[in-house]
Ligand binder design. Structure first.
Ligand code: COA
Length: 180
C-alpha cells in the first residue's frame, strides 16, 4: 500500500474538517471537548501543541498515493515516557480498505523511534468496532472501561482504555531502554 506519513500542514485543516458531518461523528473522533463544526480555531489550538519545545503533541497526515487519506495525533508525556494516540481518522471515502493498521503502525514506530517513550495508550468508545479491531490487531490490550462517561445528545457513551507495551510487539522490546 502506497501510504506515507508527513506532519500535518495548514492546508490539511479544511480537508480534515470535512470528514465529520455532525457532533456525534466529531466527538467519536476528537473526544468530548470538541464543538461541532470542527473549525479553524479548534484545529489551530491542536497545532499549537506541536510548536512547543519539546512538543506536547504531534499531528500527522497519512498520504495514500499522494492524497490526504488519514489523520492522527500523538500526545507526548515526556516525563513518564507515555504517548497517547488520539484523533485517529481515515477519510470517509477510504474507510474499510485496510488503511487503519498500516497508518497506526507508522505512528507507533514513530513513537518508539524516540528512546524516551515506552508505553503507548489510547481511549476509544466501546461501540467503535472498526477502531477497536485495528487497535487489537496492533497488539493493544484493554485495561478498563469508564462506563457512561460521555454525554452525546440523549446518549451516554462508555470509554475503553487500551495500551501497548514494547514487549507486546515482537522485535521491539529488546531495543528499548528502561524495560526493567
Ligand atoms: C476507526 C477508523 C480509523 C478505522 O479505519 P478504516 O480504514 O475504516 O478501517 P480498516 O479498513 O483499516 O479496518 C480496520 C478493522 O476494522 C474492521 N472494520 C472496518 N470497518 C468496519 C465497520 N464498519 N464495522 C466493523 N468493523 C469494521 C476491518 O475489518 C478491520 O478489522 P480486521 O482487520 O479484524 O478485519 C475509521 O473508521 C474512522 O476514521 N472512523 C471515524 C473516526 C474514529 O472513530 N476514529 C477513532 C477514534 S478512537
Amino acid at each position: 500500500m502506497d501510504l506515507t506519513l508527513r506532519p500535518f500542514q495548514d492546508e490539511d485543516r479544511a480537508i480534515l474538517a470535512g470528514w465529520f458531518g455532525d457532533e456525534a461523528a466529531l466527538i467519536q473522533w476528537g473526544g468530548p471537548d470538541m464543538r461541532f463544526p470542527l473549525d479553524e480555531m479548534q484545529l489551530r489550538a491542536m497545532q499549537a501543541g506541536a510548536e512547543e519545545e519539546p512538543p506536547r503533541r504531534l499531528l500527522w497526515t497519512g498520504l495514500r498515493a499522494g492524497r490526504v487519506a488519514a489523520h492522527g495525533q500523538v500526545f507526548l508525556d515526556w516525563r513518564h515516557g507515555v504517548a497517547r494516540l488520539a484523533r485517529i481518522a481515515v477519510d470517509p471515502a477510504c474507510r474499510g480498505e485496510g488503511l487503519a493498521v498500516p497508518f497506526l503502525d507508522m505512528l507507533i514506530l514513530g513513537v518508539w523511534a524516540r528512546p524516551e517513550f515506552f508505553r503507548i495508550e489510547l481511549n476509544v468508545y466501546t461501540f467503535n468496532t472498526a477502531a477497536i479491531r485495528a487497535y487489537r490487531r496492533l497488539g493493544f490490550a484493554e485495561e478498563g472501561v469508564r462506563r457512561s462517561a460521555v454525554a452525546v445528545g440523549s446518549d451516554r457513551w462508555d470509554v475503553a482504555h487500551y495500551a501497548l507495551l514494547p514487549a507486546e510487539r515482537p522485535g521491539v522490546e529488546e531495543t528499548r531502554p528502561g524495560a526493567g
